[in-house]
Design a protein around this ligand. Structure first.
Ligand code: PEP
Ligand code: MG
Length: 567
């Protein structure tokens, strides 16, 4: 048996499967063709054949699961075999182009033709063109790139990082574990793993230099991977998995209860989601609303800027699904570790301190206004509230609110009906705006604290940098002191405040947050039952005592001890 200690898990559980190195495909277009025409043609035809069988497998797989997404991939098969696209590629090949270049140029030409047509249905097809092009190019590459959208055995993915485009189509029946080299508890691969309930260890320094192969057990409880194991070891881990799942099952009885301390203090529990297709939306009954809809996922999963109509449909869908409950829609948060294939971001020394989120939206006013208008119109059940990320100053709030007013006027000019009472709020994630909490209360309807970024900016630690992970102290007393200040202001102004960073659903932090006077927590579905169990089995006074002690603590270790000893 060989056990390798990795690092602290971010999504708990045990996974059994073959270790699968996964390298994200990057297209390389060959400009100078050294191949003869016959070879080029054959390469292209083979790539199309491979792409066709991959797509057929995906369609069959999705059909078995009764998943509507199979239609999308059927459309991909149609594009792959489109006569006009193929004729153009063959023409380029006969002119001596390399197959990668012929495919790239032809798909791009069709894309720009379709881009000019102002029809939402056609616009959606443009995104599909990009997907098909990438699939053909990947099949033209000599190197074998595993396709994680369609697996035939259980695997534990070992990769540098996972992108939203990988996770969107990931075969979730067979992915039993995820290990990545970069990222942390708050990076997007971790958030996705948690929401899919896949055991995961994220941010393992020098992961790709480790010899990880063969069948393995991912112990995402103690943070290690076990290879070359015998039957006895496997049985031991199967028993651990059984006990883990049993405890999870026991906790699940709290899922649909409302969250109320033993002495009657109610706490609102909300969900963090990334899409209107999010699995966790099936558990709407369990929560009081959506505390964070990370709208950027909608943008990242597309290969074109989602149009007004495309966005409106999505927002309307959540508005209807959550009728009677609030849906907090965060405007586009791009920059930092999140990129869009179709939007060129400036090269920056410090992207997390650069043109990110609201700052980027101010520079791309059309994009920003389109999203705000789609939210205003999409809130047909009058339950969407709009939240701006990366607010650093009162000026930012005033400016963002002015944009909302302009959008309203433009909608009126267009005679489009919209939600006139749509509430406006901000994320508190930059210390400078936390310091202005009293003034913020006078300008907004609500706020939500993004503790992932607040921790990063408060400690001056890049949340993606594995090398300095130990400096990113989520439980540092400094974080809780700032939260206390924010909570005091919002309670004094009787304004809605929530926590939507990972701390909101964290078993150590949640008791402290409640003790600090916070009444609304937003988290991924996987955390809901656990947090409700803590709330429903304790007195509010216990949480207040914990918070009092935490505010006097000096180190993160002390904070953890205080909570562990008090519950
Ligand atoms: C946060 O910063 O805490 C947050 C919720 O936003 P994100 O993790 O998407 O940056
Ligand atoms: Mg953030």
């Amino acid at each position: 048996m060989k056990e390798i200690k990795l690092s602290a898990p971010v999504s708990l559980g045990y996974g059994f499967g073959k270790l699968m190195p996964y390298e994200v495909y990057q297209a390389v277009i060959v400009e100078n063709n050294t191949l003869d025409q016959i070879t080029s043609l054959k390469l292209y035809q083979d790539a199309v054949k491979k792409a066709q069988s991959e797509l057929e497998l995906i369609v069959n797989h999705l059909k078995e699961e009764n998943d509507e997404k199979s239609e999308i991939f059927n459309a991909h098969i149609e594009i792959l075999n489109d006569i006009e696209v193929n004729d153009m590629i063959l023409n380029f090949l006969s002119e001596g182009y390399h197959p990668t270049k012929a495919v790239d140029v032809s798909y791009k030409t069709f894309k720009s033709m379709l881009d000019m047509i102002d029809d939402p249905y056609i616009k959606a097809r443009v995104a599909d063109l990009d997907d098909v092009k990438t699939r053909v190019l990947r099949n033209l590459d000599d190197k074998i790139y595993p396709d994680i959208s369609n697996l035939d055995e259980d695997v534990i993915i070992v990769t540098y990082d996972l992108y939203p485009s990988d996770t969107a189509t990931m075969d979730r029946t067979h992915v039993k574990g995820i290990i990545t080299e970069i990222g942390s508890n708050t990076s997007h691969s971790a958030i996705i793993a948690k929401s899919y309930d896949i055991p995961a260890i994220i941010g393992v320094k020098d992961l790709l230099t480790l010899e990880l192969e063969g069948p393995a057990i991912l112990d995402a409880v103690s943070g290690s991977v076990i290879m070359n194991y015998d039957k006895e070891t496997k049985d031991k881990y199967l028993a651990k998995q059984q006990a883990f799942l049993q405890e999870k099952q026991d906790t699940l009885k709290y899922l649909n209860q409302s969250a109320k301390t033993l002495d009657g203090h109610e706490i609102e529990i909300h969900l963090n989601i990334g899409s209107n297709q999010d699995e966790s939306l099936k558990s709407i009954m369990a929560v009081d609303g959506i505390g964070l809809f990370r709208s950027e996922f909608l943008f990242m999963e597309n290969s074109h800027l989602p149009t007004f109509e495309e966005q409106r449909l999505v927002y309307e869908d959540v508005s209807v699904k959550f009728e009677g409950k609030k849906v907090t829609l965060r405007t586009l948060d791009i920059g930092g570790d999140k990129k869009l294939s179709y939007l060129t971001l400036p090269e920056e020394e410090n992207p997390f301190l650069g043109k990110r989120a609201l700052r980027l939206c101010f520079e791309h006013m059309d994009m920003f206004k389109t999203q705000i208008k789609a939210a205003l119109v999409g809130s047909i059940k009058h339950n969407i509230q709009l939240m701006f990320p990366m607010v650093g100053s009162i000026d930012d709030i005033i400016r963002a609110k002015e944009v909302v007013e302009t959008c309203k006027k433009e909608l009126e000019d267009q005679k489009l009906d919209y939600d006139h009472h749509l509430k406006i709020g901000i994320m508190i994630e930059i210390p400078s705006i936390a310091m202005m909490s009293d003034e913020v209360c006078e300008l907004v309807d609500f706020a939500s604290v993004g503790t992932n970024d607040l921790t990063q900016y408060l400690h001056a630690v890049d949340r993606m940098n594995t090398d300095i992970k130990s400096y990113y102290q989520s439980y540092s007393p400094a974080v809780f002191r700032v939260l206390k200040m924010i909570s005091n202001s919002f309670n004094a102004h009787d304004k809605e405040l929530s926590i939507c960073g990972e701390l909101g659903g964290d078993e150590i932090a949640a008791p402290i947050l409640i003790g600090l006077g916070i009444k609304k927590l937003s988290m991924s579905l996987s955390q809901v039952a656990k947090i409700k169990k803590i709330i429903n089995t304790h007195q509010h006074k216990t949480f207040e005592d914990i918070a009092d002690k935490v505010l006097k603590a000096k180190t993160q270790e002390e904070v953890i001890e205080i909570v562990k000893n008090s519950l």
